[in-house]
Design a binder for this molecule. Structure first.
Ligand code: SF4
Length: 429
């Protein structure tokens, strides 16, 4: 057991301020949340070097949404990325990941860290930039970059510790159509192939945990072997990575390091439930951060919808943290409107997941009031209750400000039946 004083250890004996704050936000008992953190079933990514709005993920918490932003070699425009970050926050993002690979990476990261939100990064991207190519990244460089991100105040780091030699061998023995689609996963495969040595994040995992414990940073165990198409979903590499991540998750908890697990990429809808359950079982219910799942490969341009369908089902079965997918997925670097649409759709999926988790979750006050407002044709109340009320208002008003709506006009079923029941004095029931 690590002797450093981490949030996990504090939660064994009390309720630290960040836990109190998160519990208030979630409307749950601070003691229950502290217990979940001490058991590794919830995390609060909050680097002590930076203060920002606290976001708890996992047991006792609402399903959260992350939004990826960041420059690329093809479009290096920091002001665009900041506009996307602001749009994500305005539309309900709970966390941002800076995935920048173009321009001044540290400057971009520091700009994003200036925002009032949980922030994650993927240090291998910067290590590859500094080395010039993935094959030349060595352990010292990678650990130095990780320390730099921790010092800058990043709250959680995606680290592909499960992309090890065994996974590489499994990929070769049981090939997949898309091989490796995780950018971080591909970099680690290139490192191992180029140098013929084990992934340092796997080989020196205890050292990595010491760094993370020292800085109070959450590890998000990356799913470098996630399938890149439905046809690859049942190949061996993904399952092997689940087993590896399960063992690494337990070691992190023993070292007092908060951890999340990432998964599972492109998988058919009928496989979502058991993938979530396998990961949860292997990791003793660690918070699960989903990239997708994308449940069909033939709807580019609408992958935000594809992902939301997979995310809602995964959330129903226990996933905790959804990564927004934008309409530009698989096609281009997203623009601001892509981020707006992707974030909104992901938030809707997260809400659907939340109401599905308990037998009567759908009887929450907001859903019930919306039903009453619709019954009463109370448009202003509907716009107030709607997740994105201004959108609803604009659609309704485009054919004028009428009592019903232009779908049925005077033949409005709601009005007709409401008036019948109203005559019987039942209207307000
Ligand atoms: S007009 Fe038709 S669609 Fe519109 S509220 Fe009435 S029943 Fe619903």
């Amino acid at each position: 057991m690590c002797l450093m004083h981490t949030l996990i250890q504090e939660c064994f004996t009390g309720t630290p301020p960040e836990v109190e704050s998160a519990a208030r936000e979630e409307g749950v008992s601070a003691r229950d949340l502290a217990r979940a953190i001490s058991r590794g079933r919830a995390v609060i990514p909050a680097n002590p070097r930076r203060s920002h709005k606290i976001c708890a993920i996992g047991e006792h918490c609402r399903t959260k949404v992350n939004v990826n932003i960041g420059t690329s070699g093809g479009r290096d425009d920091p002001s665009l990325e900041m506009e996307k970050a602001r749009a994500a926050i305005a539309n309900g993002a709970d966390a941002l990941m800076d995935l920048s690979t173009g321009g001044d990476l540290q400057e971009m990261r520091r700009k994003i860290l200036g925002m009032d939100i949980t922030v994650g990064t993927v240090p291998i991207y910067e290590a590859v930039r500094r080395a010039g190519n993935a094959g030349d990244v060595d352990a010292d460089l990678l650990f130095n970059v990780i320390r730099d991100h921790c010092r800058d105040g990043v709250d959680f780091l995606t680290l592909h510790c499960g992309v090890n030699m065994q996974a590489f061998d499994t990929l070769r023995a049981d090939p997949r159509i898309m091989n490796v689609v995780s950018r971080g996963g591909a970099f680690h495969v290139a490192m191992m192939a180029g140098q013929g040595t084990e992934n340092p994040l796997y080989a020196e995992y205890d050292y990595l945990l010491e760094i993370l414990a020292e800085y109070g940073v959450v590890i998000s165990l990356g799913d470098g072997m996630r399938p890149g198409c439905l046809q690859d979903a049942d190949r061996h590499a993904k399952m092997l990575e689940y087993l590896t991540l399960g063992a690494l998750a337990n070691r992190a908890l023993d070292a007092g390091v908060q951890r999340m697990i990432e998964g599972p990429g492109h998988i058919p809808l009928q496989q979502v439930q058991y993938n979530v359950q396998i990961i949860k079982e292997l990791t003793n219910d660690a918070p699960l951060y989903l990239l997708g799942p994308l449940v069909t490969d033939i709807a580019p341009g609408y992958d935000h919808v594809v992902s939301a369908i997979g995310g809602a089902v995964a959330g129903m079965h226990g996933a905790d943290f959804l990564c927004m997918v934008s309409p530009s997925e698989h096609l281009a670097l997203p623009l601001v409107e892509d981020i707006v649409q992707g974030t909104r759709v992901a938030k809707i999926a997260a809400h659907i997941a939340d109401i599905s988790r308990t037998r009567e979750g759908y009887k929450n006050p907001r859903e019930m009031k919306m039903a009453q407002a619709r019954r009463n044709l109370d448009w202003e109340e509907q716009f107030r209750l709607a997740m994105y009320g201004e959108v609803a208002r604009d659609v309704h008003r485009r054919d004028g400000d009428i009592e019903t709506c232009s779908m049925c006009g005077e033949l409005c079923a709601v009005k007709l039946v409401r008036d019948i029941f109203s005559e019987k004095g039942d209207r307000e029931k």
